[in-house]
Design a protein around this ligand. Structure first.
Ligand code: FES
Ligand code: MG
Length: 574
């Protein structure tokens, strides 16, 4: 109880009898708050990425009400505030361009307002990492409530999955196996409730990583958005954040190396998105944890994928929730996890999986029958990716994981779109498709275009996978033998820039190798002759981003945002 009397940060705003205290309180009172809510109780900010343009987060004002109930119940004072929101499926050129902008928004809002703790409400791919990056740079007590997945997609009596089935259907239309009418009809059945993509895309990947890192309450990752238990979880989270403020349990105490390693292991076990690599590296950069690309290989490479969800498997996240969710998954892989890693609950993470049962062994596989034995993201290096590239073996074709073939190069995304359906494109199923100019600087924003469509002439022959290499990312819902995040990117002068059509490339995913089979002299000569492309963005955020963005192997944060500044604000506003 004595801890309760410790002066809270919010007292600097709302505690004084001076002019500034008058100003801070009086204007808040215009919302009908009585005197006693300013009595020194913890003020909890609910950082909300609600937006009608982020359909995955469109229900977050409802969940915020659940959080508020819990905050009031525990004797806190909840205040909900908006930050920018990144609608993955709605923003151009790519929501990833704005992840760092959201992180700046979140960081500055948390610091500038007189709050003692934060609940991060988010879910769509970029909102979770953006919020955590910003929050880590301030380091208040912080806890996450995720959006939760949409209900399973349904069409023609079957389950269909966000993203994954879009890629499949659009290839089926191109192959003449699905009519345009059917394609249009499927669209209504795919997204039929609030929530995030209900495949193991980046949203549920990041929610799974968050839960395994102990940054949310247990069961947060998989409960459907509209399940009443997610509202109850929001309520319980509101209660817990008030206690966390009393305990001074700050985000930095949860963002330890062990927690990151647990996140990497969970990502492999759920068959999570390659995007988790970039996001976790960026969060670690904010938190001052020395995480590197190789850690994903070293820590996660041998972890089995046991969650049978699209795109690696066949079920959807609603099924994962009913099969036991992340607590049951963690229970199965507990021997791999750091059981003593700290959590927002204040107990070791082992408590999250204690007694958790699996209710469907086909959705959450036993260890002796995994979906893929060594499923973690593999890091590739070689003269084509000196600083690394990644591939997700669980979503790839086994026979292509070791492959040598001639390159066919698309210089830009426009080049690809213009040529991919050309019936005379000189490619075979052994060709390696190479795409340039889609990295952080190039696109800009490192778009999810790495899973290039299969050339039409090959789709028509039944080819469904080829080796594809680029400096882009791919959607967490996508699949294929796709090498991503090549670093340095082409537009930063990486060797990807000098690959020519006809060059031979060798990929050996399990050995972690990616090489352009030309002589060192030829490589050096081409690199010397390379000219950086003209920079199209001369002002605004695009320019700031282009000029300061780090490469993918460093998390693609802006260079001056790495690290933290804490919660102190030196000056009053009046
Ligand atoms: Fe928002 Fe997939 S588009 S989670
Ligand atoms: Mg995405």
């Amino acid at each position: 109880m004595s801890e309760k009397k410790k002066e809270l940060r919010s007292r600097h705003w709302y505690g004084g009898t001076h002019k500034d205290g008058f100003i801070h309180r009086s204007w808040m009172k215009n919302q009908g708050f009585p005197d006693h809510v300013f009595d020194g109780r913890p003020i909890i900010g609910i950082c909300n990425t609600w937006s009608e343009l982020t359909p995955c987060n469109s229900h977050l004002r409802i969940l915020a009400e659940g959080v508020k109930r819990g905050v009031w119940e525990a004797g806190g004072f909840p205040v909900e505030f908006p930050v920018s929101s990144l609608g993955e499926t709605q923003m151009r050129p790519t929501a990833m361009l704005f992840r760092n902008l959201l992180a700046m928004d979140v960081e500055e809002a948390i610091r500038a307002y007189g709050i003692d703790g934060v609940v991060l409400l988010g879910g769509c791919d970029k909102t979770t990492p953006g919020q955590l990056m910003g929050a880590a740079s301030v380091d208040l007590p912080t806890i996450v409530v995720s959006s939760g997945p949409m209900l399973n997609g349904k069409w023609k009596g079957k389950d269909i999955g966000s993203g994954t089935d879009v890629w499949k259907f659009s290839e089926a239309v191109r192959a003449g196996e699905m009519s345009l009418q059917e394609f249009m009809a499927a669209e209504s059945g795919m997204s039929r409730s609030p929530g995030v993509c209900m495949t193991m895309g980046t949203a549920t990947t990041m929610a799974s990583v968050v839960e395994a890192m102990g940054l949310s309450l247990p069961t947060n990752a998989a409960l459907p958005a509209v399940d009443a238990r997610r509202m109850a979880l929001s309520h319980m989270t509101g209660k817990r954040i008030v206690e966390m403020v009393h305990e001074d349990l700050r985000l930095s105490k949860i963002l330890t190396r062990k927690n990151f390693e647990n996140g990497i292991i969970a990502n492999a076990a759920v068959g999570g998105s390659t995007n988790a690599v970039v996001h976790m590296l960026a969060i670690a950069g904010r938190a001052g944890v020395d995480l590197c690309l190789e850690d994903f290989d070293r820590v996660g490479g041998q972890v089995p994928c046991i969650v049978n969800c699209m795109p690696s498997g066949k079920y959807l996240i609603e099924d994962l929730a009913y099969a036991g969710g992340l607590p049951a998954v963690m229970n199965r892989i507990q021997h791999l996890l750091h059981a003593d890693a700290p959590t927002v609950v204040g107990v070791p993470i082992a408590k999250y999986w204690e007694g958790a049962e699996v209710y469907n062994d086909d959705v959450i596989r036993p260890l002796d029958n995994p979906l893929r034995a060594a499923a973690g993201i593999r890091v590739l290096k070689g003269n084509l990716a000196p600083n690394g590239a990644v591939i997700k073996p669980s979503a790839a074709s086994e026979h292509l994981l070791s492959h040598e073939g001639p390159a066919y190069v698309f210089e830009t995304i426009e080049d690809l779109k213009a040529k991919i359906d050309d019936p005379d494109l000189p490619v075979t199923e052994d060709t390696i498709l190479v795409l340039k100019g889609c990295g952080p600087k190039g696109y800009p924003g490192m778009a999810e275009v790495g899973n290039m469509p299969i050339p039409r002439r090959l789709v028509e022959k039944g080819v469904r996978d080829m080796v594809r290499i680029s400096d882009a990312r791919m959607s967490g819902t996508a699949f294929g033998t796709v090498v991503l995040h090549v670093s340095p990117e082409a537009n930063a002068g990486g060797p990807l820039a000098i690959v020519k059509t006809g060059d031979r490339i060798r990929l050996d995913a399990m050995k972690g190798e990616l090489n352009l089979l030309i002589s060192e002299e030829e490589l050096a000569a081409r690199m010397a002759a390379w000219q950086p492309p003209e920079m199209k963005w001369q002002r605004g955020y695009y320019k700031l981003y282009h000029d300061t963005v780090l490469q993918a192997d460093k998390g693609a944060d802006l260079d001056f945002l790495v690290g933290k500044s804490g919660d102190e604000v030196l000056r009053e506003s009046h």
